[in-house]
Design a protein around this ligand. Structure first.
Ligand SMILES: Cc1ncc(C[n+]2csc(CCO)c2C)c(N)n1
Length: 226
């Protein structure tokens, strides 16, 4: 099996759990309350901002021109996507300056972002790349699985369309090849690449939980006293 197939198979549980997650199901079926979608979008804007910065750090650590070009272009295009989000979705959902100024990452988002910074700052570039990969890969899988769903809300349809596009699938193909190239050239990094990929896939699931429960820093999970 190729390296990308091995890491993906190991993460099967996270993929399956995302596919049937009430947030994802609600989104593709159009039953998701707009409050949850708005919360998700606002948290995602923070996530995208940091994802782009992390790619820029990866660019600065690149050893080849090809790597450099890939990371710089990815950082630029995600920054552009983030700006577009503010221009369109934020406007549509009436997310104003005040609401944006008060925005802080929810716990699960914070954990995921910190995990990716840790990868790019303290690990090798192949390990950082593996940590960044579940993000496009999982979303591409969801887009493909639900490409024929047509929820009535335009924002939900746009979301599905974005991640089920051919360009997005082609881009993922290049990313899988990069993963395999890194794996071939850095056999000593295999264990960590796998571990960081799994951790990111776990955090992707926690991101759905966060948006479904409107997670915040004030309320802890209530446990019954024995
Ligand atoms: C929590 C979270 N995870 C993944 C994505 C999807 N995503 C973000 S940036 C990007 C492009 C990477 O090449 C993709 C696919 C998201 N929006 N939010």
């Amino acid at each position: 099996m190729r390296f990308d197939e091995v890491v993906r198979e190991e993460a099967d549980g996270y993929w399956e759990s995302s596919m049937v997650h009430p947030f994802v199901k609600g989104l593709v079926q159009g039953t998701l309350p707009m409050e949850n979608f708005k919360f998700y979008m606002m948290q995602d804007a923070i996530y995208l901002k940091h994802y782009s910065k992390i790619l820029a750090i990866a660019a600065s650590k690149s050893e080849t021109n090809q790597e450099m070009a890939y990371y710089l272009e990815s950082a630029r295009s995600i920054n552009e996507a983030e700006l577009e989000l503010h221009r369109t979705v934020f406007k549509e959902l009436h997310i104003g300056e005040q609401e944006q100024a008060e925005l802080i990452p929810a716990p699960a988002n914070n954990n995921y972002i910190n995990h990716m910074y840790n990868a790019v700052l303290n690990e090798s570039l192949p390990v950082a790349f593996a940590a960044l990969l579940p993000c496009p890969w999982l979303y591409q899988s969801i887009g493909e699985e639900y490409k024929d769903e047509k929820p009535t809300q335009k924002l939900y349809r746009d979301w599905i369309e974005l991640y089920s596009s051919k360009e997005f699938k082609d881009q993922l193909g290049i990313q899988k090849q990069m993963l395999n190239k890194y794996a071939k050239e850095h056999p000593a990094d295999h264990q960590k690449m796998k571990a960081f990929f799994q951790m990111s896939a776990y955090y992707e699931c926690k991101f759905w939980d966060m948006a479904w429960s409107l997670e915040n820093w004030k309320e802890l999970t209530p446990y019954e006293l024995a």
